[in-house]
Write a protein of this length. Structure first.
Length: 270
């Protein structure tokens, strides 16, 4: 069970093998990828999320072939170096398939389609599948949700679960991402965070993936905004937070676990 429930939220560390991802400090070259992965794990990452194509506002889409050229060699080297699960952020089934064959454990499917082919690939490789709601829009667009953004997301999640089950993928191998920043206004993003508990009804692990996105800058500082909003997501039931700032996120998770009485308090706990 890839997404087996834990007592605390898991920290997914972003490692971008791209020259154009919106947060410069998350970008690494292929020759520094293993170093970045080891540092993330040392700082408290439970999962590594490798991306070889930027989905930031205004980014240029590359082909599956180009994405694979950036991804596969670093992925193989990282797989040799770490024992934590590795996720690959992609919307191409071809990339997902080759990544799983090269040592990845999770498809972080950012297509917004809940693609049945992605579900079949995950089932074939006994892998995890993260599905993200986008309203069929990208990070530069804002959707109009006549029945409300939360309702639209939950309907999408229901379809994704049905797709997963049809492919033979259990709920324990499925993670639901409401897609903060994708096809959403900042008001939508804030509503998603404040109502995060409403996504728990599906019985799947949920992920807060808002690190340093536009909504976090409403307070003037992206890291502070990220920590604040991730706290609300975790208290709302998020099982995973996807972050750029791993050390701070790991400390945040420890503090929230202590608050909920899940760990004995001690001077070295946090």
């Amino acid at each position: 069970m890839i997404f087996e429930a834990k007592k605390r939220a898991l920290v997914m560390a972003v490692i971008n093998l791209t020259p154009d991802s919106f947060y410069e400090n998350s970008r690494v070259t292929a020759d520094r990828a293993v170093e970045a992965a080891l540092k993330a794990v040392a700082n408290g990452a439970d999962i590594l999320d490798l991306g070889a194509q930027s989905t930031a506002p205004g980014s240029k889409e590359i082909t599956a072939r180009e994405e694979l050229a950036r991804l596969i060699t670093p992925l193989k080297e990282i797989r040799k170096a770490v024992n934590v699960p590795i996720s690959v952020d992609t919307f191409y089934p071809q990339v997902a398939g080759q990544a799983l064959e090269s040592g990845a454990d999770i498809i972080n499917d950012v297509s917004g389609r809940a693609d049945p082919e992605m579900a079949r690939l995950a089932a074939k490789h006994n892998a995890g599948w993260v599905v993200m709601h986008t309203g069929k829009l990208n990070s530069s667009q804002e959707g109009k949700y006549e029945s409300g953004v939360i309702n639209d997301i939950n309907l999408f999640f229901e379809k994704a679960i049905a797709t997963a089950e049809a492919a033979g993928l259990s709920k324990e191998s499925l993670c639901l991402d409401p897609g903060i920043g994708f096809g959403k206004s900042r008001e939508d993003d804030l509503e998603i965070v404040s109502r995060f508990a409403e996504f728990q009804k599906h019985g799947c692990v949920t992920m807060g993936a808002l690190s340093r996105k536009r909504v976090t800058r409403l307070c003037g500082d992206a890291l502070t905004g990220t920590i604040a909003l991730n706290t609300v997501c975790i208290l709302g039931g998020a099982g995973i937070i996807r972050v750029h700032d791993v050390e701070q996120a790991a400390a945040q998770v420890k503090m929230l676990s202590a608050l909920k009485g899940e760990h004995a308090l001690g001077q070295n706990n946090c």
